[in-house]
Design a protein around this ligand. Structure first.
Ligand SMILES: Cc1ncc(COP(=O)(O)O)c(C=O)c1O
Length: 391
């Protein structure tokens, strides 16, 4: 761990030598476009009074405009910049939605399984998590309806959080028709559908999943992020929402007092996005992650096809692996790390009341390793499983 002189850490986590760590869902640090960002910062700092001032509440205009164009060209959505708010990342966007739409004690619906730290964030905001069961096409309408029936009439607003495209943790995408039904049912009850779309723009096949397209329904909110597209340390993301909701957040005390989120970073990033460097960077990202996604499938096939089942993602970072039912992924983690491989146990992705459901699952991220390391990691995982099955 890199530390400062007093011993305090600098980064949230660093790699442990000897361990192929397929646990964290992070971008590959080797992909961070440091030289392009240096040029962009240089450009931005030519106007210090703009780069270093309090930013516009909704976020810097050029980046809002660039995002509107890019979302149109990459996923076909016509989005007016008045529907976009810049945030300090998707997590911060979710937190802002909590403070705008909810009060402690409110109900929040979440697909199960889902992104573990979103569960932490939502319960930390005092929300009562109501899980929505999923099948192969995504969260089921019946399960959402069951939850909606229980929603207290006194609750002012609520939301349903889900990762509809290349999901964390399963790597799968919600069927397009299913998503439309879920949105219709939620909106009819006045419930917002909060899509966490941090992987939605990382599709590795010619045709992105239908669920990538954003609905114009005013109850749909999308959280985007540059964490997986450029670098997480930028703390930069965006929310797409109805203009009234964007205005409510751009006019709240936080924005009035502090201005737009991550303003200097957003201003510098707008130079990077507007330069030819962005297209090259994004093209490389899709190519490299796409190759790793395929490589992970080949290694799983090679080592685990006799004993495990897993998902086949078309984008994002993750595979959701089911190990033999006699095993508990969380208990196995210690010996896996001793054998030089790590992963995220499935139980982490369920709310407390459902954690047993994730017992024989684990999440593997292919984003940070080349094919040979992925192969080595999956080979080690096979050895761990064999050692515990008594083979
Ligand atoms: C589904 C999902 N949402 C949000 C985040 C965090 O995004 P950000 O860095 O923009 O806060 C992650 C990161 O792992 C994620 O997987």
């Amino acid at each position: 761990m890199k530390v400062c002189e007093t011993g305090l850490p600098v980064l949230q986590l660093e790699d442990r030598p000897g361990i192929i760590d397929l646990g964290p869902g992070k971008a590959d640090a080797r992909s961070y476009p440091a030289a392009s960002l240096e040029r962009a910062w240089h450009e931005a700092l030519r106007s210090p009074e703009i780069a270093l001032g309090y930013g516009a509440n909704q976020g810097v205009g050029p980046l809002l405009e660039w995002l509107a164009c890019w979302l149109r060209s990459s996923q076909g959505d016509e989005i007016d910049p008045s529907r976009i708010l810049l945030t300090a990342g998707a997590s911060s966007g979710l937190d802002r939605l909590c403070s705008t739409l909810t009060a402690p004690g409110d109900v929040c619906f979440c697909e199960a399984p889902t992104y573990n730290y979103a569960l932490r964030l939502l319960s930390g905001r005092g929300l009562t998590i109501v899980p929505v069961e999923s099948d192969a096409d995504g969260p089921t309408v019946e399960s959402l309806d069951d939850g909606l029936r229980l929603l207290p009439r006194t609750q002012r607003q609520a939301f349903f959080y889900l990762v509809p495209v290349h999901a964390n943790p399963r790597g799968t995408s919600v069927n397009g028709e299913r998503l439309t039904q879920l949105i219709d049912h939620a909106a009819a009850r006045g419930v917002y559908v909060v899509r966490d779309d941090v992987y939605a723009l990382l599709s590795y096949t010619a045709e992105p999943p239908a669920a990538t397209r954003l609905s114009e329904n005013p109850f749909v909110v999308s959280l985007g992020s540059f964490s997986k597209l450029i670098a997480p340390g930028l703390r930069l993301g965006w929310i797409v929402a109805a203009p009234e909701l964007v205005r409510a957040m751009a006019d709240d005390g936080l924005a009035l007092s502090g201005g737009g989120a991550s303003h200097s970073v957003a201003f510098a990033t707008s130079f990077f996005c507007d330069s030819g460097d962005w297209d090259v960077h994004y093209g490389n990202l899709l190519r490299v992650y796409g190759m790793r996604c395929d490589a992970m499938q080949r290694s799983l096939e090679r080592y685990l096809s006799q004993i495990c089942k897993w998902t086949t993602p078309r984008g994002g970072f993750f595979v959701w692996l089911r190990i033999p039912a006699s095993l508990d992924a969380a208990s196995l983690l210690g010996s896996a790390e001793e054998m030089g491989v790590s992963y995220a146990p499935g139980a982490w992705f369920y709310p407390a009341s459902r954690q047993a459901r994730g017992r024989d699952y684990l999440r593997l991220a292919f984003s940070r390793y080349d094919a040979s390391d992925l192969d080595e990691g999956i080979g080690r995982l096979r050895q761990v499983i064999d050692a515990h099955r008594g083979c």
